[in-house]
Design a protein around this ligand. Structure first.
Ligand code: ADE
Length: 254
């Protein structure tokens, strides 16, 4: 697996650093957005806020504005809050401590702990869980001694490029000789019957439109039905992404 990874690995900017802040930024961005779209946003973000301290000192409104288009805006505020905790208390160097930071779940904690601090823990995202499931083992059983960081990247790379949810390219897989699922992966047909809800008809879309419009200084977006707009505003206000002035006007916080 490691030899395969060294041969095929994509040269991604967050794979060239052990800076925990840079790694955290990349992992939070990658939770929602494809690698190719994250790369330029990651580089611009680090240029603007090169350290956890710098991000902690930024206003929530600026952070939200810089996040627009990356999905789930709440993550941006949580990332800033995590950096505020780091600026105050320093970096926890183990996954258990990282998990106590705002917005950091078990996967992200393990990713930062292994990539930045060399902790020997498995970072298990949906790709890695699927790969291990097909191999018939627990992800933790696979960790080679002393090589967690590289192993975690390798397992992710395998899940992203070879052992896909919908396409398993078993012929290209370094684990094929040991894999009980080799050549037998059956992917379910795309869900049929249930009519897909257009993204444009979801509350999440409306919330994204509101934050993007406010971030661009355009006021509230046009073209959303009034009820959905109101629901989006109420949800955003509840989550601290939008504040309303005394006269009811909505704006980004801070
Ligand atoms: N997706 C989540 N984390 C990743 C990483 N470190 N490299 C590539 N894709 C990822």
């Amino acid at each position: 697996m490691l030899a395969w990874y060294r041969r095929v690995r994509r040269d991604l900017p967050w794979r060239r650093t052990t800076d925990p802040y840079a790694i955290l930024v990349s992992e939070v961005m990658l939770q929602q957005t494809q690698v190719a779209r994250v790369v330029p946003r990651y580089e611009a973000w680090l240029e603007r806020w090169p350290t956890a301290e710098a991000l902690a000192a930024a206003s929530p409104a600026d952070v939200l504005r810089a996040w627009v288009g990356l999905g789930y805006n709440r993550r941006a505020l949580r990332l800033r809050e995590a950096c505020a905790a780091v600026a105050r208390d320093g970096w926890p160097r183990e996954a258990a401590g990282l998990r106590r930071l705002p917005g950091i779940g078990p996967y992200t904690a393990a990713a930062v702990a292994s990539f930045a601090f060399g902790e020997q823990v498995a970072a298990v995202d949906t790709n890695v869980r699927r790969v291990a499931g097909r191999l018939g083992v627990a992800p933790e059983e696979l960790l080679p001694a002393g090589a967690a960081a590289e192993w975690n990247q390798a397992a992710m790379e395998l899940g992203a490029t070879v052992c896909g949810a919908r396409r398993a390219a078993c012929g290209e897989c370094p684990a094929r000789p040991w894999c009980p699922s080799a050549g037998r992966v059956v992917t379910p047909p795309r869900a049929r019957g249930r009519r897909a809800v257009r993204f444009e008809d979801t509350d999440r879309y409306a919330r994204g439109r509101v934050v993007a419009a406010l971030a661009a200084g355009e006021g509230l977006p046009a073209g959303l039905d009034a009820e959905r707009l109101e629901r989006a505003l109420a949800g955003l206000e509840r989550d601290g992404l939008v504040v309303r002035d005394a006269d009811g006007a909505a704006r980004l916080p801070g």
